[in-house]
Ligand binder design. Sequence first.
Ligand SMILES: [Zn+2]
Length: 424
Amino acid sequence: MIIRFAILPLFLALHLSMCKKQESVSPSSQQANASATPAVASTPVVAASPKITKPVVDQTAQVIIFCYHRLVDKIRYPGTEITPAAFEAQMKELKDRGITVISMQDLLAWKRGEKNIPPRSAVVTFDDGWKSQYEVAWPIMKKYGYPFTMFIYTEGVRGGSLGGGEAITWEQLADMRDNGVDIEGHSATHQDLREGHTITLIAGGKRSRTKVTGPQYEQWMQNEVVGSKQLLEQRLGIKVNCFAVPFGNYNEHVKEIARNSGYEAMFTVYGQPITFTSSMDSIGRYAIEANKPKVFEDAVKMIATSTGGGAAVAEVGAKDLATQPADGETVRTALPLIKANLSAVGQIEPGSVQMRVSGLGVVPANYDPKSGTVSYQVTQKLHEKSCGVIISAKSQGKKVEAHWTFGIEEGAAGGASPVPPPKK
Ligand SMILES: [Zn+2]
C-alpha cells in the first residue's frame, strides 16, 4: 500500500573573467538506515523510535546558482564586478520573489536524496577570493541571513604568488569559516585546466609561458586539483567537496581527475536551473556581470514563472514515514499508539499538523518539531477491525497529506487491554 503525499508542485554563466589580483599572469581574462523499525508487529504499545528509510525529497524543486566576483563602487571590469547597491538589490529581489537562498551543502544533500529543499531555491557563490567579498558582500549576506560559498584558488590568497592587495587573507577566510561560510576549491593558479593550453608556470618567482603535456601536465594538474584542495583543507581544517573549474573550461579528463580527487560536485559558469537529475560534474552557475543585469533577471524568471502547475504527487512507501502501526499491519490492541515521522517531508509548520483517526475524528495528537514525530495514544477503544489514519500538515505553504490503514485483531477490538509482546 502506498502513502500519497500531495506535495504541491513546483517547477521549473560565466566566470571567466580575469581574476587579476596581480597583473602579469593569467590569460585573458550531496540516510537514515533502512531498518525502518519493522513495525513492531505484535507490540503496538512499545514504540521503537521511528527511523526514516529514505527522506522524501521534492524532486521537482529547482535551484539557480549565482556566481559573483568583486564588489566595487566604481565599475572598471564589468565582467567581474558589481556595485554593492546592485548586489544588495539582487539579494533583496530573491527574497521578494520568494526564492529561498540555501547553502551549497543543502543543495548537495538534496541531490543525494538526503534532505528536502524549498521548491524554488538559489545558491550564492563568490569566486576567486577578493577582500571585497569579505568586507562588502559578507555584511550584506548577513543582513539577509543568507548562507553562501567561497570558491578559492590558493595562489590567489594574499601572500600567494597571485595574491595582491585586493586578495582575501587566510585570516579572513578563517573568520568566514568560523561563521559558517562554505569554502570550496577553485584550483591553485586559476588557469585553463585542459591539456595542451598554454599556461603560466611559476617557479621560484619566475614565470614562464608554456604548453605542458603528458606526464608534466598530469603532475601540474595534481597540484591544481588535488594540491589546492589539500592546502585549503589543511590550512582551514575543512572538508572541500566542490570544485569550480577556472573559466568554466573543462573536458572529460579534467572532470575525471576532479572526481578521483574526492570532489563531489563540479561547477561551471553556464547558468541553468539545476534539477534533481542534473549531472553533478558540470553544474551551471549564472555569472553576474555589472553590464548584463538581464542575466540575473532571466535566471530568476526561469524558476519564478514556473509556478507549480500540475500537482506533483510523490508516492512513498509507508515505511518512509515510519508509521506505527505500519500500513497494513494488524495490532492486538484497540488502544494503539499511533505515530508517524514527518521529518522526511521537509520543513513542517508546527501548528499545522493534524491527525484524524477513523471512528474518532480529529484527535489531539502531539507533534514534536525536533524529531518530526506526530503521535497520539488512543484513549477510547477503537471498535472497527480496520482503522484509517490521515495526517495532514503544511510544508512551505503547501498542504501535505498521508493516509494509511491498520487492522485490529479480532477480540481486541473494543475489548482486551494490550497484550505484552511474546518473549523471544
Ligand atoms: Zn575564478
